[in-house]
Ligand binder design. Sequence first.
Ligand code: PLP
Length: 350
Amino acid sequence: MMLLRSNIASMQGYVPGYQPEDISSWIKLNTNENPYPPSPKVREAILAEMGDDGASLRTYPSASSQRLREAASELYGFDPSWIIMANGSDELLNNLIRACASEGDEVGYVHPSYSYYATLSEIQGAKVRTFGLTEDFRIAGFPDRYQGRVFFLTTPNAPLGFSFPLSYVEEIARSCQGLLVIDEAYADFADTNALELVRKYENVVVTRTFSKSYALAGMRLGLAIARPEIVAALDKIRDHYNLDRLAQASCIASLGDQEYFRQSCARIRETREWFSAGLRSIGFSLIPSQTNFVFASPPDRNGRRVYDALYSRKILVRHFSDPILAHGLRISIGTRQEMELTLAALAEIA
Ligand SMILES: *Cc1c(COP(=O)(O)O)cnc(C)c1O
């Protein structure tokens, strides 16, 4: 008896980065988490939301995350009707596909970027089409009129770390006949972002996550900014209580502490520049990064060997076996001390 849809039965499923049990014994640089805690206001907000006896947890949270949408509206300068909050930006990527691509429709994205787009498309039964990158980091063979229902553009790119210039992103927006989802998971570490294109083009959505720059990966928080028609569609599709009370309170508190946020991002960018220069000085080649990670190749271009050598020293980074990425490693930016230890280890290994 065949109980499952055939695409579900045959699909692989997404494999997230490794989360070791004994986390404190590792230098963990494999999933682009923030090495610093979230704003201290987050802890206060969670305790306040719970109350002394946790009684607030008896009742459902705001279904629309209304206060949070308003806080985000103030910060990003878009009306609340243009903003939707989600249980991680992954939830938005999923619901955007569900909203726009029927079974058999095409969903496109750049390879390499975030392979979860493919998993989500397969679940929906959509066809996946990938586009490679040229040497100068443009999309290879992107048509003047791209007919796919959804196209995902990750900028800054993960795992390579470069940003597409805004003028180029705008060209892509004009070429896309369907939805262009600009996945800006790392924009807070970059010099530019594409938010203004949401106002300019009906088919543009920008997604952000609180997992990296706001240090809230464990809370699962993301947002999208899009036209009210698109936001309304996403509101129909999502779980009605998609954000729990503690997540909503945490997010309001962290958005409200921009001073802390700016300092935390600035420290990571500084450490990134220091670490990048260090890597170059020991013979690694790397792509200048606009994110909280670097993609770097050792002199022998054997990423796997260096991954294993770091692993045996309890330093966890990310290696991709995909042939176009196997020569390098994606290394998240940790604290300055973690990166000093990592650089010293790499100098011995390389
Ligand atoms: C981390 C990441 C996400 C997922 O963010 P969550 O809010 O943790 O779900 C989405 N896109 C890219 C490119 C990422 O790196």
